[in-house]
Design a protein around this ligand. Sequence first.
Ligand SMILES: Cc1cc2nc3c(=O)[nH]c(=O)nc-3n(C[C@H](O)[C@H](O)[C@H](O)COP(=O)(O)OP(=O)(O)OC[C@H]3O[C@@H](n4cnc5c(N)ncnc54)[C@H](O)[C@@H]3O)c2cc1C
Length: 306
Amino acid sequence: MEITIIAETSGEGLHPVTEQLVGAASSLGGAITVLCPGGVGSNDASVISGVTKVISLQGDCFSSFDSGSWSTVMAPFSQGMIMASSSPSGRELGAQIASKIGAPIVQDITGIEPGYKVTRSVYSGKAVETSSLTTPCVVTLRQNAFEGASGGGSAEIVVVDNSSEVSVAVKEAIAKAGERMDVSDAEIVISGGRGMGDPSNFSHLNEVADVIGAAVGASRAAVDSWDEIPHSMQVGQTGKTVNPTLYIAVGISGAIQHLAGMRSSKYIVAINKDPDAPIFGVADYGIVATWEDALPALKEELGNLS
Ligand SMILES: Cc1cc2nc3c(=O)[nH]c(=O)nc-3n(C[C@H](O)[C@H](O)[C@H](O)COP(=O)(O)OP(=O)(O)OC[C@H]3O[C@@H](n4cnc5c(N)ncnc54)[C@H](O)[C@@H]3O)c2cc1C
């Protein structure tokens, strides 16, 4: 049985909950590997009793928390039952790793037994849910619900340097994110949906956005379909609510959950090739056309205005 623990870090060292993760893992038996993001606390993790191996993950992407890039690096090392703290960052990271390795996740567990049986409280603590898992699986553990392991261990430390693989991509992503305005703050938002066909086609939205100083948003279908479109761009019920002067929806059908996040915009323009798309029901101006035809024309016209 293999258990992988995602160390919870705090400043320069380990958060005490990491000892609790090891304590819970030890009660199951088997080999325990601790992943230390950014190498933080690797030495401290190696002396926790019960730890078999510490993987000290180094790389530029660990300079600030980003669950997307961290999980990309961590997923290949995540074997068996993967345990993280139920802190906000632990929950996010756990979910990202689960999605990357195609494993189920149970958040905020308060009990664990051999056979991958985990319990957690539900309905505001009125009931206890028990799940039987098979590996690979991810669980996040509620802080202070488990006894911490003691010191006295001497696990080997393996250093893995990921700088060359991900730092460039991550730096680019951060640079791009820094350049673009957030949809929540913008006076003009242009959003793309699944109708854009491919994430690379969002460059056409960026070009229009550059002309008019707009932020670029997306529908959930676009965010869910393409890793390149981050959740921070999502507009709608489970994304951001925007209230700009002008909202331009491109290749977005206009599902009720998308409308929930943008229908209070002052003016709505929709570009969709389907004349029956529900988005036209809320649009002030509708363009029935493909984005391939409409966006270059729009860009040119808007360019003439500025
Ligand atoms: C609980 C829950 C929460 C949700 N939260 C959100 C949310 O926050 N935000 C959100 O957006 N959705 C949310 N959804 C999903 C929502 O129901 C829709 O599935 C989603 O909005 C559809 O995205 P879309 O319009 O991009 O894709 P689609 O419905 O696939 O529509 C694509 C559109 O593009 C058009 N098109 C195709 N090709 C072209 C082209 N070349 N040029 C022009 N037009 C073209 C098509 O005619 C079509 O209308 C949620 C769903 C659930 C169940």
